[in-house]
Design a protein around this ligand. Sequence first.
Ligand SMILES: Cc1cc2nc3c(=O)[nH]c(=O)nc-3n(C[C@H](O)[C@H](O)[C@H](O)COP(=O)(O)OP(=O)(O)OC[C@H]3O[C@@H](n4cnc5c(N)ncnc54)[C@H](O)[C@@H]3O)c2cc1C
Length: 490
Amino acid sequence: MAWSSREHQERAGTESALAETIFDVAIIGSGPAGYTAAIRAGQLGLKVALIESANVLGGTCLHVGCIPTKALLFNAELWDHLKHAAEYGIDGVDGRALNWDAVQKRKTEIVDKHTKGLGFLMKKNKVTVISGYGRLTGGAKNGIHTVALTGADGAKSEVKAKNIILATGSDAKTIFGLKPDDRVLTNIEMLSVPQVPKSLIVIGAGAVGVEFSSIFRSFGTEVTLVEFLPRIMPLEDEEISKELTRVFKKRGIDMNTGAKVDKIEKTENGVKVTWTGANGKPVEKEAEKVLVAVGRAPRIADVGIEKTRIEVDRGFVKVHEAGETAEAGIYAIGDIVAGFPQLAHVGAMSGIVAVTKIAGRPYRGVKRERIPACTYCDPQIGSAGLTEAQAKERGLEVKVGKFPFAGNSKASIVGSHDGFVKIVADAKYGEILGVHIIGPQATELIAEAVAVMELEGTIDELMFTIHAHPTLSEAMLDAYAAVEGKAINA
Ligand SMILES: Cc1cc2nc3c(=O)[nH]c(=O)nc-3n(C[C@H](O)[C@H](O)[C@H](O)COP(=O)(O)OP(=O)(O)OC[C@H]3O[C@@H](n4cnc5c(N)ncnc54)[C@H](O)[C@@H]3O)c2cc1C
């Protein structure tokens, strides 16, 4: 929802009314954390203001994160299927050509559609959307907080509310002080490259790095992935990293782990990256572009935190169960929060919890071990709960079951055999402690695992839970049974 000039005027006209209003909650930042909180607050009958400094609602996720990357990944998947068209009995597509402008156009249309949708949802839920940059001014006075607002034109005003939710999100980290340009890119520039690059070095093999590697490899780019840690997707179960490494190598991606990047230099035609490899030897590689995907820094430097009692841990805001900070009446949600993964659905649920608490209704806090982590590369990854190593570190006795997609008939039908489902269960009671999936539709399949864990499901119960045939979800059933050494199809 880009503000029109009429909307700007309407806003100016309501400025004096704004100064008089005391909202129940003012939310700073309209990413998935902020806009979800705003919608639920409206549904709960709260008087809510949503403050956004960009000229559109939706934040990183909608404009330069989740949605555009997944749009490109879907194009990449289709393109990969077309490479095997003859195998599927579809002739005549040998002369296929990628129309990158059309790919970009589709991506933009999806983003625009959902941006408009957000505008509609704000109106439907009576959320007052306020354009401007918000800063905290300290603690509440007589129970009322004040947000200092700076408009795009520099005009200053104030928003008053009984509660504030800080949802200002994060920015891509850079390295060596390099500012993003047309050769050294972050996710923002990568999403709108004018052409598919011939070669690309991706620094960082977390979700963002592997997703872009996957997209551009599908489109024919020569991709080099460079990761500082000993394995890619380091937060996943070790076996997931191993399988993704195997498949990425098979896909022709040059994999480099334990690699410390020393230098990035512009060359005549591109960029040269120098790193120290795992064997201690220097490696040099040149490419058309470099994507820096080394993590995301919480955006809290200039939001007035220092004027409050809010506590910060290594740049992230410390919160209690419902997102309460150490300053009474100020909450924090989303990518700025300490101790949670930076994921859209984590921010969104934290927003729901915070406003439910503000409304004085019963709520359930977000539990770290019930958060699905999804990476939409090919093959996809979906995981929740403890990895095998984490369970063992906690001194838990575990049983593990693993079922490969190679034994699943639907995986054969969709032509996607790589990967497996791995279940980590408590040895004594069979409670499911962790589920780790790599393979077709892993990001959808993980939803079952989260529901099962939320209900404290056990292997005994799930081994007798009917899964339709032929489906990819049958691989879950076989994996539960594999914990007892009783998978049917392997
Ligand atoms: C390439 C990429 C792909 C991703 N894919 C996924 C995915 O598939 N699934 C997933 O779950 N997560 C994904 N993520 C992560 C996801 O985008 C973030 O976790 C999510 O956007 C965080 O939401 P948020 O509301 O905390 O912050 P943001 O989305 O960053 O939104 C914050 C908003 O606050 C505004 N703002 C900041 N400061 C102020 C201020 N002082 N005053 C007013 N407004 C302000 C900003 O303009 C912005 O609109 C991806 C991220 C990237 C970069």
